[in-house]
Design a protein around this ligand. Structure first.
Ligand SMILES: Cc1cc2nc3c(=O)[nH]c(=O)nc-3n(C[C@H](O)[C@H](O)[C@H](O)COP(=O)(O)O)c2cc1C
Length: 192
C-alpha cells in the first residue's frame, strides 16, 4: 500500500524503505562512495563527525567474512547484497572526554546514507541483528568505538528469489500517527 504522510513531506523521505531483495551485483566504488559521501554531510555535535564505516563489497575477500557478522536471519538475504557496512562511532572527543551524542550522530549519518541510497534506486537496509563481539574481535575495533549496526546496500532484485516468509514484508511499512509521538511541553502519561 502506498504510504500516506499526515503532513506534506519530501517524497524521498516518505518513499525510502528497507527492502531485502537484491540481485547480487557488487556495488561499484563510485556508487559506494556516493552513498557514503551523503553520510559525511550529516550534522553532528561540535562537528566531531563521530561516525565511521567499515565496508566490504561483494566479490572482495572480506565480503564473506562480513556475512558471518550477521545473524542467520539477516545473512540469508544479505548473500545478495552489493556491499555490507558496519556502522561505528567514536565515543570520545579528540581530547578524550566522553562524547554523549555519538550514537545520535551516527544515526543521523545512517539516515543520510539511506536517503542517498534510496534516491539512487538502491537498497539500503540497516541491521541490528549482528554479532558485535565477533566484529570487534575480528576487525580489531578499539574499545572507545561503539558498534551500532550493519547496513546492506545493493541493487534491487527479484522478490521471488527471497525466502518465502520474507516476501510479504517486501513493501513499505506504515507508522503510528504523528500525534502519538509528539507533545507540547511536559512528558505525557500516555507514553509510559
Ligand atoms: C537500527 C536498526 C536495526 C534494524 N535491524 C534489522 C535487522 O536486524 N534485520 C532486518 O531485516 N531489518 C532490520 N531493520 C529494518 C527495520 O525493521 C525497518 O527499518 C523498520 O521496520 C521500518 O521499515 P522501513 O525501513 O522499511 O521503513 C533495522 C532498522 C534499524 C534502523
Amino acid at each position: 500500500m502506498p504510504r500516506v504522510a499526515n503532513h506534506a513531506i519530501e517524497p524521498l523521505i516518505l518513499n525510502r524503505f528497507s527492502p531485502r531483495a537484491m540481485n547480487g551485483q557488487p556495488l561499484t566504488d563510485a556508487l559506494l562512495l556516493q552513498v557514503l559521501e551523503a553520510a559525511r554531510w550529516a550534522p553532528s555535535a561540535a562537528n566531531f563527525q563521530p561516525w565511521r564505516f567499515l565496508y566490504a563489497q561483494a566479490g572482495r575477500p572480506e565480503f564473506a567474512q562480513f556475512l558471518t557478522f550477521l545473524d542467520t536471519y539477516n545473512a540469508e538475504w544479505c548473500v545478495n547484497a552489493g556491499a555490507l557496512l558496519i556502522v561505528l562511532s567514536k565515543t570520545t572527543t579528540p581530547d578524550g572526554k566522553p562524547l554523549g551524542p555519538h550514537a545520535f550522530d551516527a544515526g543521523a549519518a545512517w539516515m543520510a546514507l539511506a536517503l542517498q541510497a534510496s534516491a539512487l534506486g538502491l537498497v539500503g537496509h540497516a541491521m541490528g541483528g549482528i554479532f558485535a563481539d565477533k566484529i570487534r574481535a575480528e576487525l580489531a575495533i578499539p574499545a572507545e568505538f561503539a558498534i551500532h549496526c550493519a547496513v546492506a546496500l545493493g541493487h534491487k532484485g527479484d522478490i521471488a528469489a527471497l525466502p518465502e516468509r520474507l516476501r510479504p514484508r517486501e513493501t513499505p511499512s506504515d507508522r503510528r500517527p504523528l500525534a502519538e509521538s509528539i507533545a507540547a511541553g511536559a512528558f505525557p502519561p500516555a507514553w509510559k
